[in-house]
Design a protein around this ligand. Structure first.
Ligand code: UDP
Length: 330
């Protein structure tokens, strides 16, 4: 297939591009490179542009004879979304709506969309299945859910084939060690813990140890980024005209912040200092996925089931790329 990958220079998008290219697809990456990295994209495959630029997207869809879109582009930080809700509406919701108009006008009606656990909010019942009510508690989750609704409507009204993949906590790096996580500023737990192991930070702050969980720290579901990438290939194969489908992608297991820090200590063999800080606003105590639908519908199974193994791939990347892609200001 001829595939357009929006956000293909980002963390999850770049891993998916790597995997899909191996499957023989013709891939074009469409990205504003605001938060991603040109170095994460195969040479000669990057088209720089805004998802919300209708004329530009339409031109690319036509000229490259695109069959399907993988829509990774977007902004994805809960805290930032609370501080800048308008920015999240513009980058996630409005830009997507404009791209969908462009796709319809060119007749591209197949899409795999990067959605998120944040669309569920803070449900009380665990694990989270696709039938769990979606009640987001922050603008990030709300904008992603709104895009899901737009796609559902496109499927019903215009016969589109759409798959929403709801990621839990993406983690790790490709075992080859040349692609990995590089955010600026970094806010995610595993890379921050590994920066402590590298001596780039003095300690990791645990955001609260008084949650109603076995060790008092928050529990999340960490899923390897290459496992997420494989699910996209499976979703592409299972797109059906007129159908909006959604699957959770997680490991199916919950791990506490303390367990993550311990796993990183084992994976790195280094001392990692920690301190207990206050809770981070908006953090639900426990989130983990019921992944039976992904297993059944996508025939997908996470290959990485061990947290330490996931942390080891992340460590391999951070150890060999202490400055990430090293393209700041490039
Ligand atoms: N966390 C933490 N200290 C940090 C960063 C994160 O204790 O410096 C916790 C956070 O409260 C959450 C978990 O680690 O429970 C994962 O956070 P992250 O930001 O990586 O992902 P999120 O779950 O917010 O998508």
């Amino acid at each position: 297939m001829n595939l357009l990958v929006t956000g293909g220079s980002g963390y999850i998008g770049s891993h998916a591009v790597r995997l899909l290219a191996r499957g023989g697809h013709e891939i074009w990456i469409y990205d504003d490179c605001l938060r991603g990295h040109r170095a994460a994209v195969p040479r000669g495959r990057l088209i720089e542009g805004e998802v919300g630029d209708r004329a530009s997207i339409e031109r690319v869809l036509r000229e490259r004879r695109i069959d399907a879109v993988l829509h990774f582009a977007g902004v994805a930080l809960v805290g930032e979304s609370m501080a800048r809700p308008d920015f999240y509406e513009r980058k996630n919701l409005h830009a997507s709506a404009v791209m969908f108009e462009a796709m319809e006008s060119v007749g591209v009606r197949q899409i795999v969309f990067s959605s998120t656990t944040a669309t569920y909010g803070a449900p009380e019942q665990m694990p989270i299945s696709e039938d769990t009510p979606q009640r987001p508690i922050n603008p990030y989750g709300a904008t992603k859910l709104a895009v899901e609704r737009l796609l559902e409507e496109r499927c019903r009204r215009d016969g589109w084939a759409a798959f929403a993949l709801r990621y839990f906590n993406a983690a790790g790096a490709t075992p080859a060690g040349d692609l990995g996580e590089d955010h600026d500023p970094e806010t995610h737990l595993i890379p921050l813990v590994l920066q402590v192991a590298l001596g780039q930070r003095p300690r990791i702050t645990v955001f609260g140890d008084d949650y109603p969980t076995p060790d008092g720290t928050c529990v999340r579901d960490y899923v390897h980024v290459d496992d997420l990438a494989r699910a996209h290939a499976a979703a592409l194969d299972r797109l059906r005209p007129g159908d909006f489908q959604a699957c959770n992608l997680g490991s199916g297991c919950g791990h506490s912040v303390r367990e993550v820090i311990e796993a990183c200590r084992r994976a790195t063999g280094r001392a990692i200092a920690e301190e207990i800080g206050p809770r981070r606003e908006g953090d639900p105590p426990v989130l983990y996925a019921d992944i039976r639908r992904a297993q059944c519908v996508l025939g997908w199974q996470p290959e990485y089931t061990d947290l330490e193994a996931i942390c080891a791939t992340a460590w391999n990347w951070h150890r060999t790329h202490p400055k990430g892609f090293d393209d700041r200001g490039a």
